[in-house]
Design a protein around this ligand. Sequence first.
Ligand code: ZN
Length: 383
Amino acid sequence: MTTAAIATGITPRDNKLSHPYRRNSASSIGSDGSSTPSETPISYAADPEHPEAPTPRTTKQKVDRRPPSTFYLKDTSQMTLAEQICNLATCPPEMHELKDESLDRGPPPVQPVWRENLFIASRAIVPLALHQLAYWAFPQYKWPFALAYPFYILCFMGFALQVMDRLSSACVKHGTFDEKQIGRDRTPDKSVKHLAMGILAYMVVRTGIDFYINYEAEAQPLFDFTWTFPLRLAAWEITLDYFFYTYHRASHEVDTLWFIHKHHHTTKHPTAILAILAEEYQELLEVFTIPLLTSLIVPMTFSEGWMTLCYTIYVEMMGHSGVRAHWCHPVLWPLEVFGMGLAVEDHDLHHRFGKSGKNYGKQSRVWDRVFGTCAERIETWGM
Ligand SMILES: [Zn+2]
């Protein structure tokens, strides 16, 4: 087996490697997993479903120097568990293609927030409704922690996959930001294991915080809301964003912290799933410490906490999706009037700026506006 085959786990006998771009992409990976400059682009836009199709260009640059990504070309049966988890979030090949200069999509469309609220609420309510149905069917049996916790973790994963599908479809329909310069990034091979662990940790820990603080088996899940919930949801997101802003800006301005945060900035043109790609220290803060602090400051019931969880992951994935539309925060959209609302392009630009920063908020631009770190939008300027 060649060095490249060992590095990628793909053997020359693998029939999918008959595609010239795939062979070249494998040969561009060194034994240490690093990328070696090559005159042939890596196979970012390759479609495993159609191995004989010509592979379109992925970047305007002569060589695609992004970290190689080949794991998605394997047969699912040959993938490791980590690869299978990351493969669940594989985007349509069109999202990774460079678009031609002559393509005229017109101005980016405005995505109605009511439609996104309907999408989120109608999906997020399902586990609460199932839980409630079980309470109506068997009134004497209240779900213990050991039953409810794994149930909600699985539902949270299902919700995240539905969000992923929705955003990918929108990216194909409306295009992606900066698409005439470069297509969206794929999950690098070298980050697959780390990302898979991050996804599992996110699901278990974020759900766990709501359970640890708020779960009461006696409560009726569908009626565990008060009229102040929308206001507390908004307050929760802005409070979360304050803590996030503080540590995020410090991560860009203090060199030792940037050394950790730069892993998340491996991608300049992310997709929704890459929202979770980060070093352990960053994950500890983002997945555990900051949401826990926020939940202690802004009280919620269990069902309210669950809905908040779904809204939060939706916005985090939305912000990394790159969909070329004026696509605003589903709850904090009124802040747009004050130039403090968050839309997809804001965090997309943050990734393009790299260490130089701007747009540190991930739920709003409240703190960016207050502390003077907002950047002008480009493709959705004035929207
Ligand atoms: Zn950053």
